[in-house]
Write a protein that binds this ligand. Structure first.
Ligand code: S3P
Length: 425
């Protein structure tokens, strides 16, 4: 399905942001590892999280739906060998975290994905898991991955990347390994795995923000409520910040410090943003966010900022086109390994619509403000965040753009268009 963008006079009103993708994956996976049955409330409708859920069913879990976002999962105490290969779809989180879980089982399994996922790097998890005794068959470190269930031993892993997927794969394998498994990172990546495993009683400790140790332990079936996704909220916050006269309240947003870099960047860029009504939901901090249009200034985003907003960089690039001065984004070379090469897909296509933007090996420089002209065909390269970022750019572009294969949005955020329509005046 292709989509023709359009201008908005302003965005006004309130929305409740749909459930967090990273937390939904973890809730389903950890439920499957727990000793019994638990309820999950407010699970993501995105295709990625449903890839995880389907795999867990193939591994013997019973999922009983109350409705499409609320269900119980009964792990029946242990995962069982699947009858077929396990389809991760477009989801890197599914493939990498499930690899950590499957490495420690007493059966073999094969994970595969779509074209985009089959081209993404898996060495980052194969290497540390192999050091723990896991056995993988792979296609030059790419999917499909066949995992021979093995007896694992603990390691201390100094990860070269600040990646929650790598950290989580090793920590999850550590749940089945003899000894203390420690992961050290260059900067702290999102910590939903650590918070949720702790909430469910695993033997896991944080040595410092970027260092965690886990020991073999049982996890208990605690009910989990999933908060709204700050990565989804980012599209609305940016839209409200760049469309004149906008005034939007975004409710139920997870503002975990390891994910909230977008809020800090909006503040540094002089956006009119207010975070209020903070509360705790199943161990995560949640708030409501009020954003109004304002004049914006450029900023520099680098180093430890990057893991705190890695998924928001495509829409931050759109934001920066409207800020006065040079916004520099660096230390983000891993953006080239996401659902698409997000540095080149964003820079090339923003340039074509009139942004003053240059590619760096590890980021981009955006000189603003500039008028976005539109009037081109956008290729989202199987990447939901590219599609949604150009929808937001379209709200202020002089002419419409045709976004090809806009349905990729459904991998994380099927409610995106409908929520946008409810705010656009
Ligand atoms: C995720 C971690 C991030 C992020 C991805 C989801 C997770 O990836 O980009 O969308 O749920 O752990 P990396 O860990 O590869 O940085």
């Amino acid at each position: 399905m292709d989509f023709k963008t359009f201008n908005a006079k302003k965005l006004c009103g309130e929305i409740i942001i749909p459930p967090d993708k990273s937390i939904s994956h973890r809730a389903a996976m950890f439920a499957a590892l727990s000793n019994g049955k638990l309820n999950i409330k407010n699970f993501s409708k995105g295709a990625d999280c449903h890839s995880t859920l389907n795999i867990l069913k193939q591994l013997g879990c019973i999922v009983d739906f109350k409705d499409d976002m609320n269900f119980s999962i009964d792990s029946r105490n242990a995962l069982t060998a699947p009858n077929t290969n396990l389809d991760c779809g477009n989801s890197g989180t599914t493939m990498r975290l499930m690899s950590g879980i499957l490495a420690g089982q007493n059966f073999n399994s094969t994970l595969f994905g779509d074209v985009s996922l089959s081209n993404r790097p898996m060495k980052r998890i194969i290497e540390p898991l192999s050091l723990m005794g896991a056995v993988f068959l792979h296609n030059n470190f790419k999917a499909p991955l066949t995992i021979k269930g093995s007896r694992l031993h603990a390691i201390t892993y100094n990860s070269p990347l600040a990646s929650a997927q790598v950290k989580s794969a090793v920590l999850l394998a550590g749940l089945f390994a003899d000894g203390d498994t420690t992961v050290n990172e260059p900067f702290q990546s999102r910590n939903h795995t650590e918070l949720m495993l702790k909430y469910m009683g695993a033997d896991i400790v944080s040595n410092s923000p970027a260092s965690t140790t886990i020991r073999k332990s049982k996890i208990q079936p605690e009910n989990i409520e999933i908060c709204g996704d700050i990565s989804s909220a980012a599209f609305f916050a940016v839209a409200a910040a760049i469309v004149p006269d906008s005034d939007v309240i975004i409710r139920n947003v997870g503002i975990n410090h390891t994910r909230s870099g977008i809020i800090d960047v909006l503040k540094r860029m002089n956006a009119d943003i207010n975070v209020f009504n903070c509360r705790n939901v199943s161990g995560e901090i949640v708030a409501d966010i009020h954003v109004r249009y304002s004049d914006l200034i450029a900023t520099t985003i680098q180093g430890e900022d990057i893991p705190r907003l890695i998924d928001e960089i495509p829409v931050i690039a759109v934001l920066a086109t409207q800020a006065d001065g040079s916004t520099v984004i660096k230390d983000a070379s891993d953006l080239r390994n996401k659902e698409s090469d997000r540095i080149s897909t964003i820079v090339d296509q923003l340039k074509k619509i009139g942004a003053d933007i240059d590619e760096l090996p590890d980021g981009m420089i955006i000189n603003g403000p500039s008028k976005l002209k539109g009037n081109i065909i956008i290729n989202c390269f199987h990447d939901h965040r590219t599609a949604m970022s150009f929808f937001v750019a379209g709200l202020i572009a002089e002419n419409p753009m045709l976004i090809k294969e806009f349905h990729w949005v459904n991998t994380s955020f099927p409610e995106f268009e409908q929520l946008m329509y409810s705010l656009i005046k």
